[in-house]
Design a protein around this ligand. Structure first.
Ligand code: HEM
Length: 193
């Protein structure tokens, strides 16, 4: 009786060891297959890189909004001021719509930069911000462009120049499309008002 009990005990012990060995084997195989799967990826796709061969893993962090990739409000404002606006105003047809302003060109740039930052996923308010000058950014496109009678083709030219200047400034095609899409949304509420 004692002999049968001890034999059963031995079998149970062996089953336990076998199960542990099996689990270790599975973990090892999974580890190897994950490593093999990773090695097939392009370097940029891998989540961890180790440039200097040191032991600390490095994470690849990519900005996930268009606004962030453009440098947020300040990046967009710098782009408008240095790239887009000089070319827009050098076009006599577009410039002709910028007479009798109720605000300064700097205020237009700042309000437009905030609007774009907001619409492209940034932290600016779409409208309603009071600038240092005291001007409060407006949100209603028909009211802002009221009485200017801006035709469709001028809006197309306006968006085209901004896209072209974004390309010259090194913005990616994906982000240029996003900027143009956001501007396009305002077309019906600006056209012929
Ligand atoms: C296509 C998308 C466009 C957007 C999103 C846009 C947006 C804006 C914004 C945010 C402002 C500043 C308003 C404020 O906060 O006080 C503004 C002002 C102005 N925009 Fe546009 N705009 C667009 C197209 C155009 C076009 C095509 C023209 C003319 C060619 C134009 C002419 C003006 C003028 C003249 C002002 C100043 C208005 C004033 O002084 O009262 N905009 N726009």
């Amino acid at each position: 009786m004692v002999f049968v009990q001890s034999k059963q005990h031995h079998v149970a012990e062996w089953v336990k060891y076998l199960a542990i060995a099996l689990m270790c084997g599975l973990v090892a195989i999974d580890g190897i297959s994950s490593a093999l799967a990773d090695s097939g990826k392009a370097p940029a796709q891998q989540t961890e890189i180790n440039e200097n061969n040191d032991s600390a893993p490095r994470l690849v962090v990519e900005s996930d909004t268009v606004a962030a990739r453009l440098g947020g409000y300040h990046g967009i404002l710098a782009f408008l001021h240095n790239f887009a606006v000089p070319v827009l105003l050098a076009d006599s047809e577009i410039a002709s719509f910028f007479g009798n302003l109720t605000q300064t060109p700097a205020e237009i740039e700042q309000c437009l930069a905030m609007m774009l930052d907001h619409d492209l996923g940034g932290s600016s308010r779409h409208s309603g911000t009071t600038l240092e000058s005291g001007h409060r950014c407006r949100g209603s496109m028909p009211k802002i462009h009221q009485g200017r009678n801006i035709p469709d083709e001028v809006i197309t030219k306006f968006i085209g120049i901004i896209s072209q200047q974004a390309e010259l400034a090194g913005v990616s095609q994906f982000d240029i499309k996003a900027i143009a899409k956001v501007l396009e949304r305002s077309r019906p509420s600006i056209r012929n008002k």
